[in-house]
Design a protein around this ligand. Structure first.
Ligand SMILES: NC(=O)c1ccc[n+]([C@@H]2O[C@H](COP(=O)([O-])OP(=O)(O)OC[C@H]3O[C@@H](n4cnc5c(N)ncnc54)[C@H](O)[C@@H]3O)[C@@H](O)[C@H]2O)c1
Length: 257
């Protein structure tokens, strides 16, 4: 029987692939056999490069770093074009790059709000559009994963732009699933719980917030970026071919409380 999690012959574009969750997903997707393009405006972290090199050494596939600032005008379409030039095609899109600005609601500026929305919502929306045009244009099949959040469901505190963007991306995930399903493209989301990355360093450093968060996680620990990677492989693979428009919580049980 063929392996339903095998990604050999596929090309994945992972935004935010230089570090954190994006890098962990990129490495696991490469281990599953895909060639991978890591798109990010930051350079690859040394350990991310090492993980990608190790993964493709085992499979014989390839990986590339693509420098891209997703807030620049026209960036999403340009990133898809450049990825196709590098790898010949793109079959799998992981919209992982994201940012956060923490400030009380009364102090959250329009600039804060716009900045976060640009990266967390506009970029995945228009990357997905350019990706779908590419896949449909070559009569291919594709899969999209959008990284959502617990704040795709809850309001959170101190992060108005982030909450709006993550509610928005969960909605866009379902819209893409609805419109693109019969055109050969599945779109799903992953909602991470509380994961130990640069993004969450300030709340892990706050002893009270850290304790409150840990007390609510049934698995009793923060997640690691690698905890999300297996779900990403599943959502990209044949094993999930009938999954469409779903947001999978990978949260140690947070939503169950
Ligand atoms: N860490 C968590 O607990 C958590 C929880 C829920 C959702 N998320 C989401 O997971 C995703 C990854 O976050 P992370 O925790 O790994 O954070 P991170 O800060 O470690 O990684 C984010 C990556 O996105 C890149 N990026 C940011 N702005 C960019 C831009 N304009 N153009 C190109 N690249 C850009 C950064 O350079 C970085 O490599 C984000 O969408 C985040 O909202 C994280």
């Amino acid at each position: 029987m063929s392996n339903p999690f095998d990604l050999s012959g596929k090309v994945a574009l992972i935004t935010g692939g230089a570090q954190g969750i994006g890098a962990a997903i990129a490495a696991k997707v490469a281990e599953a056999g895909a060639s991978v393009i890591c798109a990010d405006f930051a350079p690859m972290a040394a350990e991310s490069t090492a993980a990608m090199d190790a993964a493709v050494a085992k499979t014989g596939a390839k990986w590339w770093y693509l420098k891209a600032n997703l807030t620049e005008k026209g960036a999403p379409a340009r990133v898809i074009d450049e990825a196709v030039k590098l790898a010949g095609k793109v079959d799998l899109l992981g919209n992982v790059a994201g940012t956060i600005r923490r400030a009380p609601f009364l102090e959250h500026t329009e600039e804060d709000f716009d900045f976060v929305m640009q990266i967390n919502l506009y970029a995945p929306m228009y990357l997905s559009q350019a990706f779908c045009r590419h896949v449909v244009g070559r009569n291919g099949k594709g899969k999209i994963i959008n990284i959502c959040s617990m704040l795709s469901y809850q309001g959170g505190i101190l992060v108005p732009g982030y909450t709006a963007s993550k509610h928005g991306i969960a909605g866009i995930t379902k819209l893409i699933a609805n419109e693109m399903g019969t055109k050969g493209i599945n779109c799903n989301g992953i909602a991470p719980g509380y994961i130990a990355t640069a993004n969450t360093a300030p709340i892990r450093a706050d002893a009270d917030r850290n304790k409150a968060i840990l007390d609510r996680i049934p698995l009793g620990r923060w997640g690691e970026p690698e905890d999300l990677a297996g779900t990403a492989v599943f959502l990209f693979a044949e094993a999930s071919d009938y999954l469409n428009g779903t947001v999978v919580n990978v949260d140690g049980g947070w939503q169950a409380r």
